[in-house]
Ligand binder design. Structure first.
Ligand code: SF4
Length: 135
């Protein structure tokens, strides 16, 4: 059995508390507070203590879903990205870049959220980007 602690930052809000992810045999199993972190100093709120749960949840979506004929259906990543790109292009061509918006999530990494805001501003051409951790 291999057990290790991986330091990281809680992504659930702007406080940026320090966490240690507990990894057992390559699987994420828990979250601990990082005592040496200058912001949180070994403390976490209840959201931080449960930071790992969405990753290991059996309810987590494993594939993209596309709405077809009014119902969500599983789709490939290629088809989903293609459809999203086509719909963004059509809406922006007809109504301008501020007619679209992107909602990001605290349940992806900080690095992915950085890319999401960069894509929204630099590619889509709008500042309409938001994130649940802003609350
Ligand atoms: S959600 Fe809680 S643990 Fe996470 S950064 Fe914010 S205050 Fe810290």
């Amino acid at each position: 059995m291999e057990y290790k602690l991986v330091p990281s930052i809680c992504s659930y809000c702007g406080c940026g508390c320090g966490v240690l992810f507990e990894v057992m045999d390559g699987q994420l199993v828990g979250t601990m507070p990082l005592k040496s972190h200058p912001v949180s100093q070994g403390k976490l709120c209840i959201k931080g203590w449960n930071l790992h749960e969405h990753v290991i949840s059996e309810e987590r979506l494993q594939t993209p879903l596309l709405k077809t004929n009014g119902a969500l259906q599983e789709a490939s990543w290629d088809a989903s990205i293609q459809t999203t790109a086509e719909r963004f292009k059509k809406i922006i061509a007809e109504h301008g870049p501020d007619s679209v918006a992107v909602l990001a999530s605290a349940k992806v990494t900080n690095e992915e959220n950085y890319l999401i805001q960069k894509f929204t501003r630099a590619v889509l051409g709008t500042n309409n980007v938001d994130h649940c951790a802003r609350l």
